[in-house]
Write a protein that binds this ligand. Structure first.
Ligand SMILES: Nc1nc2c(c(=O)[nH]1)N[C@H]1C(S)=C(S)[C@@H](COP(=O)(O)OP(=O)(O)OC[C@H]3O[C@@H](n4cnc5c(N)ncnc54)[C@H](O)[C@@H]3O)O[C@H]1N2
Ligand code: MOO
Ligand SMILES: [Mg+2]
Length: 430
């Protein structure tokens, strides 16, 4: 008699997995290698930015009070007493009717409180000395980049858990972080199982297919921020599968298998869990695709049994593995970013289970639309290459109509979400 499995809700499955979440060990790595990781400590401003009042233009630093009566009819003549470029500091103190020629980024000289652009003055050279003529009033603080206007000493600029994008990297450099606190990456092992699997450089043979899931999962792990150990494909043979999973569990922080997790004669992962004396958190989820996704824990390490069907495997990873990797990396928003969009076409299939449909979003007239891509079957691989989101269609309906507002989970996104997608109360009767 085939084992009857009791499905659980997606939200409960996520909760069960996240009970085993861990933060990775913090290490300080070179700023050159930190992008795509997460700050393991907050970033505080230990000085003002900019650190001094500076000129935003190439021009002349002046005293605004000297210019109060300057006009086209009564131009003002100032004596140029120094010239500085960015990086230089003038030693002069600017007095009445004096100016310093100053380039963008240079510190305002003592005594000055405004800058006039090169284009707005007339220059004159008289007896080996430079003068300028100004034909308008310049107000105090005009054209000054103020010390601390960008960031003030003591401010917390970025919270712990922030994703390090190019802008964050610029801030790290601004504050002299040549080494950056981040988490060590989790090492995730991948074992593709199935006697039908060929290596990708092998020619097709009757009844065989190439292992695409192994490569897909590798890319998903890397997109999430983890590092990968890819093991040899494993045939549907209990002894070798047991040995391979045991070895991977010893060597990695978590392990993903694909295939062999359902109720078929050669689906040996349930038996491997028993042999490992692993606690099975669940082996059936009320969702499509990916209902067979199983997760077990052995020696406090997670062992993900993803489906062999490519789309089911993909969705299982994004919902249950990705948040574990991102949490490990100290992300404060480890779950897929959620939003809502209008369905672009009817989705007439009745929906007994929550469905995660590979889809694509488009922006039209200020609103987001979403439409399914490719064939909606869990065995399909082509739709994955076109999807930028998963459209979530809660179960218990007779289908959805064009124009319905539906939840979407974005795949190529770094913002993430603090909370996972959850079934809403109306859909929460199993
Ligand atoms: N009697 C039942 N049969 C099935 C059930 C069920 O509840 N009762 N569930 C179905 C569902 S839903 C899914 S999903 C699949 C899951 O099967 P497994 O996870 O055990 O995976 P396999 O049987 O090993 O393979 C399924 C399918 O995927 C192909 N595959 C496997 N590995 C790869 C790979 N690395 N790259 C590409 N494709 C792969 C494999 O050839 C099969 O076609 O079970 C249903 N059956
Ligand atoms: O759950 Mo299976 O993953 O529907 O295709
Ligand atoms: Mg199977």
């Amino acid at each position: 008699m085939v084992e009857r499995r009791q499905p659980i809700w997606v939200k409960d499955a996520v909760d069960k997995v996240m009970q085993w979440k861990k933060r990775g060990e913090v290490e300080w790595i070179s700023i050159d290698d930190c992008e795509g990781l997460f700050l393991a400590e907050p970033l505080n401003a230990d000085h003002d930015v900019p650190p001094f009042n500076r000129s935003p233009y190439d021009g002349f630093a002046i005293r605004s009070e000297d210019t109060q009566t300057a006009s086209r009819e009564q131009p003002l003549k100032l004596s140029v007493i120094d010239e500085i470029g960015a990086g230089q500091v003038s030693r002069k103190i600017v007095g009445e009717n004096q100016a310093v020629r100053i380039m963008t980024g240079a510190a305002l000289p003592a005594g000055t409180d405004a800058v006039i652009m090169l284009e707005l003055v007339k220059e004159e050279r008289l007896e080996n000395h430079n003068f300028i003529w100004i034909k308008r009033r310049v107000d105090k603080d005009e054209n000054v980049s103020f010390q601390g206007e960008d960031a003030q000493k003591g401010e917390v600029l970025l919270k712990k858990g922030t994703y390090i994008n190019p802008g964050v990297k610029a801030l790290l450099a601004t504050f002299g972080y040549h080494r950056v606190p981040v988490s060590k990456k989790p090492v995730i092992g991948i074992i593709a199982t199935g006697s039908e699997l060929l290596k990708i450089d092998e020619p097709l043979l009757p009844g065989k297919i190439r292992n695409s899931n192994g490569y897909m999962i590798e890319a998903q792990i890397k997109r999430a921020g983890g590092s990968v150990i890819k093991y040899q494909n494993c045939a549907d043979d209990l002894e070798s599968l047991h040995t391979a999973v045991q070895k991977a569990m010893d060597e990695c922080d978590a392990v993903i298998t694909t295939g062999g997790v359902s109720v078929g004669d050669f689906d040996y992962l349930p038996e491997v869990y028993r042999r490992l004396k692993a606690d099975i958190l669940f082996n059936k989820i009320a969702m499509r695709p990916g209902s067979v996704t199983s997760v077990a824990v052995s020696n406090e390490k997670l062992l993900f049994g993803l489906s062999g069907n490519p789309s089911a495997c993909y969705v299982g990873f994004e919902l249950y593995v990705r948040p574990v990797i991102r949490y490990w990396l100290h992300s404060s928003r480890p779950f897929l970013r959620a939003g809502q969009a209008f369905l672009k076409s009817d989705f007439p299939k009745s929906n007994p289970f929550n469905r995660f449909v590979r889809s694509k979003t488009t922006f039209e007239g200020g609103t987001i639309h979403v439409h399914p891509v490719g064939l909606d079957k869990s065995s399909v691989v082509t739709s994955l290459s076109l999807a930028d989101c998963l459209m979530v269609l809660p179960g218990g309906t007779r289908g959805y109509r064009k124009g319905d507002l539906v939840d979407v989970l974005f795949l190529d996104d770094q913002t993430g979400s603090e909370e996972p997608w959850k079934e809403k109360p109306r859909s929460s009767r199993l």
